[in-house]
Design a protein around this ligand. Sequence first.
Ligand SMILES: *Cc1c(COP(=O)(O)O)cnc(C)c1O
Length: 389
Amino acid sequence: MAVSLDNPARNLASRSAPDIAPASAAGSKAMSLQFEITPAANPTSEKDRAARLVDPGFGRIFTDHMAIVRYNQAKGWHDARVESRANFPLDPALAVLHYAQEIFEGLKAYKRDDGGVNLFRPDANARRFQSSADRMAMAQLPEPVFIEAVEQLVRIDSAWIPGGEGSLYLRPFMIASEVFLGVKPSAEYIFAVIASPVGSYFKGGPAPVSIWVSENYTRAAIGGTGAVKCGGNYAASLRAQAEAIEHGCDQVVFLDAVERRYVEELGGMNVFFVFDDGSLLTPPLGTILPGITRDSIIALAKDSGTRVREEAYTIEQWRAGAASGKLKEAFACGTAAVISPIGKVCSTSGDFLISGGAAGPVAMGLRKKLVEIQYGRAADPHNWIRKVL
Ligand SMILES: *Cc1c(COP(=O)(O)O)cnc(C)c1O
């Protein structure tokens, strides 16, 4: 039994850097739970499901089931179920509604050509979820329970996985569910996983995005929550994202909170730069979210002999590199969109284009490599794929 589950104070005291590498995080060795599986009494008809899968878009269509596990201090993790997707009863004094003790994850299930189903690095998501829980003084869910919940949901809702370039987006999350208005770590939590079929993020290949450099807002400071996946980070990014849209841009890019020079990441994606010598650079871990796509791209690039630096890079360097031609490409990456080329950077001090505003070959090549591994069409040298079906 993991001691930290019962002692939020110890979680608070722990200051270990978030890490997605295999770790001996508290609870990760604990056993899984037995899930009680109750199929939905009135699942979506095959005809309705087919209609919804024609053009699912992102995040508005949901499958018939959810996985749910509860935590309290007396019982630890218990009451693991897969059941019909339904509303949560929400007491108005529920801790999460007041103090935002909430974390989440995002990963996908991919349909292989042989009809089977792959998950991509779910163990890395499980470990990052533990880091997030630790930072937010929440109970840590054992890695096997996280993976089992995701796998059970994928199995029961496998008919919802679109073919082709589509996938089933999985959203594990955890909320503080104690009914109490005192400011302290909740004594109760609900962990759940929901699933949403998504189409190809980009029809006809990824279109380059334009990004707005946020000068008024920052996303993370040292010692803050930038490196963990908590909903509050997104809440705090929305105003900056709205400013990007007001300036005609697709996405916002944040700079560091101290010097306001170093490029950190977009609201929900990490960034990479490609130079004329073929090397890659991505901002170092610390205040950024340790993306699993970021980590995978670093590994794939190194596999093919590409030099990858995890180093600070300023907005001035970016502008000068684009002007001199030293910088060939820039791209953003994350689970939802995989890789999005950055075509244009806009700020109060003027706009500039990267690779003439077009998608570059390095970004597109890495994207293809990663997607082929995810769909089981290419060898998986790092053992990233977990076959669920
Ligand atoms: C989730 C997320 C990413 C990307 O992480 P992946 O594991 O690659 O999906 C990047 N930045 C932020 C802020 C995120 O929340």
